[in-house]
Design a protein around this ligand. Structure first.
Ligand SMILES: *Cc1c(COP(=O)(O)O)cnc(C)c1O
Length: 429
């Protein structure tokens, strides 16, 4: 599997895992998920939210009495995440074209990379997750009188203005979400309509949300996803009708992190997936929709009807591309169990010793790019990272007691930077 960086601290002695695909960027968000839940276990006694939290109109509040002397910590949502300086640089330097003519190179690249990452045929860059879900509903439910089954705490049901009904003309049938984000599969099966009954709507789509926002960021169990798919893909269960499966995976990378699985595996049985590039992935705007060639072609057509033509949106796509994995390095996630991490050279032109040597050097350019330790009083201090390399096709990193969390951050900062440097060099060859 290919590699960029992402890590999570599995315990306070800072054993850690570096994750595949996406990015350096996720580290800003993902480590928090685990330590935050540990913290909550210590101080809260109430069980997880089991009823919808209907927020009052003041829920978009800001900090009212903010003074310059106060330190504001804003954890309302990961939509507040901002692009890194590397992402801003990529946006600044992006070559642009008109996406309507399919001539924006960054959009084409992002769509292709997203499709590869999810092992689907094609991808489509869209302005938002809300539009992405609506497009999926419209493309999967072209028939009048169609019905889509969704969880009653899903974003699609609660927070998309009923656009399925309002715009797509599709009725949503809800099933009560359990606290783990799933719903009862027997009930789902009972909700699938008999196709030959002309009194009833036509069940055309089942949607799930992963991770599940209003169930507290739960990653749906793989086994449940597989069982759900087995029901929907067996004609005897669906009264002979094709039922499409869509995953609202706005935070599917967080699910992948929790399950220690690839996003391709998690979404394997799904006809389409939507994921946000502006939450954990830090891009300023946008979502990706992936699926089959014909599905994406239809979604692309419909996007225009929803006012989603984006012309030079490559300036946004450039930030999102930065999140995708490196073609030159890989980590086999299933083999990271404890404090030892092997980073494999996926490109035979890069040797482990060359990579190790580069990690141990500090360049003028990286100092200018702020690859330095944080303690300001010490001035600009570069990071020299010593990793182990012999005649192996990988470098080895081993954490131990004296390597503090802060140093793990520096390790990641340095490795990210150097990997990106190699990616840039390899691409221009
Ligand atoms: C954020 C979110 C969306 C909507 O994404 P926008 O880009 O804000 O429209 C959809 N589904 C889920 C689960 C989300 O968390």
């Amino acid at each position: 599997m290919r590699f960029c960086l992402r890590y999570t601290r599995s315990n306070i002695s800072s054993c850690f895992t570096i994750f595949n695909y996406c990015a350096h960027n996720n580290r800003l968000h993902l480590p928090l998920t685990r330590s935050l839940s540990q913290f909550c276990q210590q101080i809260f006694f109430r069980p997880a939210l089991s009823q919808p939290a209907y927020l009052d109109s003041s829920h978009y509040y800001s900090v009212f009495n903010a003074l310059p002397s106060h330190y504001v910590i804003d954890v309302r949502s990961d939509t507040l995440s901002l692009p890194t300086s590397e992402m801003r640089q990529a946006m600044f330097a992006a070559t642009l074209g008109d996406d309507i003519y399919r001539e924006d190179p960054n959009v084409l690249k992002l769509e292709q990379k997203a499709a590869e990452l999810f092992e689907k045929d094609a991808g489509l860059f869209v302005p938002s997750g809300t539009m992405s879900n609506l497009l999926a509903i419209m493309a999967h439910c072209p028939q009048r009188g169609a019905e889509a089954i969704v969880g009653d705490l899903s974003h699609t049901f609660l927070y998309e203005q009923g656009s399925a009904a309002q715009i797509a003309g599709v009725q949503l049938a809800t099933i009560q979400n359990k606290t783990d984000g799933t719903f009862c599969l027997e009930e789902m099966q009972r909700k699938i309509r008999p196709y030959d009954d002309s009194l009833q709507p036509v069940t055309s789509l089942v949607m799930v949300e992963n991770t599940h926002n209003m169930c507290g960021g739960k990653a749906l169990p793989l086994q449940w996803l597989d069982e759900l798919a087995a029901i929907c893909k067996t004609k005897e269960n669906t009264n002979g009708k094709n039922i499409a499966l869509h995953m609202d995976g706005a935070r599917v990378f967080n699910a992948a992190e929790h399950l220690n699985e690839s996003v391709a595996r998690i979404t394997r049985e799904f006809d389409s997936v939507s994921y946000s590039v502006s939450k954990a992935l830090l891009a300023p705007v946008g979502s990706m929709l992936v699926g089959s060639e014909t599905f994406i072609a239809e979604a692309r057509r419909l996007r225009l009807a929803l006012g989603g033509s984006m012309h030079q949106c490559g300036i946004l796509a450039a930030a999102a591309i930065d999140n995708l994995r490196s073609p030159n390095f890989s980590v086999d996630l299933h083999n990271v169990h404890s404090n030892i991490l092997l980073i494999h050279m996926a490109n035979p032109q890069i040797t482990a010793s060359n990579f190790a040597k580069r990690l141990s050097l500090v360049t003028e350019r990286e100092l200018n790019d702020n690859i330095i330790v944080d303690e300001k009083e010490k001035g600009k201090q570069g990071i020299q990272l010593k990793v182990s390399s012999r005649n192996w096709p990988f470098v080895r990193i081993v954490l131990y007691n004296q390597i503090a969390d802060k140093e793990v951050d520096y390790i990641i900062k340095k490795i990210e930077y150097v990997i990106r440097e190699y990616d840039g060099i390899c691409e221009s060859l």
